[in-house]
Design a binder for this molecule. Structure first.
Ligand SMILES: [Cu+2]
Length: 486
C-alpha cells in the first residue's frame, strides 16, 4: 500500500486510518478468520479505530445456548491440569470453583502447602464458549477472605471481582455467585483479587479459555495447549511458599510444575498446534522460546490478531498479566525444547549467595579445609554443570535438584523450571501418556567427531590455540546407549 502512495499522501491520511487499513484484508487476500466486521459507516467516519467499543460492543446481548465439548469446541489440553466440570441449568452453564489449601507437588521431592482451586494449583481452568451465559459459584474454604477477578473478560462491573471495590469480600466459609454472558473469545485468566501478593503467590491463579462460537477452518487446530506460568519462593527445607519474596524466586512453574515434572506437549507430525500462554507470576516476564520451529503470535488477551498483523517469532514475551496465543505446524518430528530464555528461570531451587567460583583453581583448597570439614568439596569452579552429582548431593529435606533429569544419552539435561518438551512423533496413535525419548534416525545426532571426519575436512583442533585442547576422555559415548529408556 505504502509504495503506491507519495510521502505527502501518507502524511495526509493520518496514522489512525493507516493502522486500520493495515488490519483490513484487501480484496482477494486470504481473509483472517477473525477480522472484525467493518462497515460503510466506519469508512465514512474516518475514525475506524474508534468504531468498536473496547468493552466488546453491546452489553445486553441475548445469551446463546451453552456450547458443549465435541459439539461446539475441541477441548484444550491442560498438561498436569484439568478443566472445571459444569452443569447446565435452564440454559446457563454453571461452574463451582472452590478456593482451598492444596498439598501441592511441584516435582518429586518438593511439596508445599499452597492455595489453589478445586484441588489443583495453577492448573484448574475454565473452558467456555462465546455467547453463552455462565454462572460461577465460588466457595471459599480458606481461613481468610478472597475474591475472584476474571482477567481480560468483558462483564458487568459488579462481576469484575475486585475485593472491596466492585464487591464485598468472599469471607471464609462463604459462597459468592458471579454471572454474566460471554461476549468474546480468547485466552483469558482468573485470579484472586484480594490480598493479591499473598493469594496469587500462594497459587490462586488459572486460565479461562473462551472458544469462538463458530470457528472457521483456519482457527481450528489439532492440539490446543493451555499453559500458565508462575514463580514461587520456596526456601530450601520449608513447606510453604514465601509470598514476601520480591526478587529471588527459586521455583518457576508451568501449570504448577517444574521440569522434569512438566508433562510433555505431545503432537503428531503435521498437527496444527496452538499454545495458549498466560503469566500470573508476581514479578517476572518470561520470553518463552521454541526450538526447531517458528510460531506466529495470533492473539493476545485483548483480541485475535488479524492475519496481516501477525508476526513470526521463535520467542514470545509473556509479561505478568498477559496471555499470548502462538501457533505453528508441528511438521518436524523430535523432542523440541520449549522454555523460558532467561537462564535463571530454567533452574530449580538454588541459593544465589555463593561467591563466583567459575574458573577458580581449587587445587589445595579442599585439602586445607577437610581437616575442619571432612566432607568438604569446592563447588562452582566449573560452573553449575554438576551433571549426575546433582542427584547424589545431599539436599535439605523437601527440596528438588537444581535442575533437570537424565536424558536419552545418559547425560543430564541441565535445565529445570520453565522448561518442557514438545514431543512430535510420526504416526502417533494416541496423545495419551509420554511417548518416551525421540529415536533419532541414524546419522542425525551431533556426536563426537571422528578422526576420519577431522582429517577429511582439514580440522586441526589445536589451530590457533595457545595451549593444546584438553585430552578427551578415553571412552565417551559415540551413540545413544542401547535400549533408550525414559
Ligand atoms: Cu522467565
Amino acid at each position: 500500500m505504502a509504495n503506491r502512495l507519495s510521502r505527502r499522501q501518507i502524511l495526509g491520511i493520518g496514522a489512525g486510518s493507516l493502522a486500520a487499513g493495515a488490519a483490513r484484508p484487501e480484496p482477494g487476500h486470504a481473509k483472517s478468520h477473525d477480522a472484525p466486521p467493518r462497515g460503510r459507516a466506519e469508512a465514512a467516519s474516518g475514525r475506524a479505530y474508534w468504531q468498536k467499543s473496547y468493552s466488546g460492543g453491546p452489553v445486553n446481548v441475548a445469551p446463546l445456548a451453552p456450547g458443549l465439548p465435541g459439539d461446539h469446541y475441541k477441548p484444550v489440553v491442560i498438561p498436569n491440569g484439568g478443566a472445571l466440570p459444569f452443569r447446565i441449568v435452564a440454559g446457563v452453564k454453571v461452574f463451582h470453583l472452590v478456593a482451598e489449601e492444596v498439598d501441592h507437588l511441584f516435582d518429586s521431592g518438593l511439596r508445599a502447602k499452597c492455595w489453589g482451586y478445586n484441588g489443583r494449583v495453577n492448573s484448574t481452568i475454565f473452558e467456555a464458549v462465546e455467547g453463552e451465559r455462565i454462572r460461577i459459584y465460588v466457595t471459599n474454604r480458606l481461613s481468610v477472605a478472597t475474591s475472584v477477578h476474571w482477567h481480560g473478560l468483558y462483564l458487568p462491573n459488579g462481576m469484575d471481582g475486585v475485593g472491596g471495590l466492585t464487591q464485598p469480600y468472599i469471607k471464609a466459609g462463604e459462597t459468592a455467585k458471579y454471572e454474566w454472558t460471554l461476549r468474546q473469545h480468547g485466552s483469558f485468566m482468573f485470579h484472586s483479587h484480594h490480598d493479591e501478593m499473598t493469594q496469587m503467590g500462594m497459587g490462586m491463579i488459572g486460565m479461562f479459555i473462551v472458544h469462538p462460537r463458530s470457528p472457521s477452518s483456519d482457527y481450528r487446530v489439532d492440539r490446543d495447549f493451555s499453559l500458565m506460568i508462575s514463580e514461587w519462593s520456596v526456601k530450601a527445607g520449608t513447606a510453604r511458599p514465601n509470598t514476601l519474596e520480591m526478587t529471588d524466586f527459586n521455583v518457576l512453574t508451568i501449570n504448577g510444575k517444574v521440569f522434569p515434572s512438566t508433562a510433555p506437549l505431545v503432537c503428531k507430525t503435521g498437527d496444527r498446534v496452538r499454545l495458549r500462554l498466560g503469566n500470573l507470576g508476581a514479578m517476572d516476564h518470561h520470553p518463552m522460546h521454541i526450538h526447531g520451529y517458528h510460531f506466529r503470535i495470533t492473539a493476545t488477551d485483548g483480541e485475535d490478531i488479524p492475519l496481516s498483523a501477525q508476526w513470526p517469532e521463535t520467542t514470545v514475551l509473556i509479561a505478568v498479566g498477559q496471555t499470548r496465543n502462538v501457533e505453528f505446524v508441528a511438521d518436524a518430528p523430535g523432542d523440541w525444547a520449549f522454555h523460558c530464555h532467561m537462564t535463571h528461570h530454567v533452574m530449580n531451587q538454588m541459593g544465589h549467595e555463593f561467591p563466583n567460583m567459575v574458573g577458580v583453581n581449587p587445587a589445595g583448597v579442599d585439602e586445607k579445609i577437610r581437616p575442619l570439614l571432612p566432607a568438604y568439596m569446592t563447588h562452582g569452579h566449573t560452573g553449575m554443570d554438576m551433571g549426575k552429582m546433582a542427584e547424589v548431593m545431599p539436599y535439605p529435606p523437601n527440596t528438588i535438584s537444581m535442575k533437570g533429569a537424565t536424558g536419552p544419552f545418559g547425560d543430564y539435561i541441565s535445565m529445570g523450571g520453565l522448561f518442557t518438551v514438545v514431543k512430535v512423533r510420526d504416526g502417533l496413535t494416541s496423545y495419551d501418556g509420554d511417548p518416551g525419548w525421540y529415536q533419532h534416525p541414524p546419522g542425525t545426532v551431533a556426536l563426537k567427531a571422528s578422526d576420519a571426519d577431522l582429517a577429511r575436512d582439514g580440522i586441526d583442533v589445536n589451530e590457533g590455540a595457545s595451549s593444546p585442547a584438553p585430552r578427551p576422555a578415553a571412552a565417551g559415548p559415540q551413540a545413544p546407549s542401547s535400549g533408550l529408556r525414559h
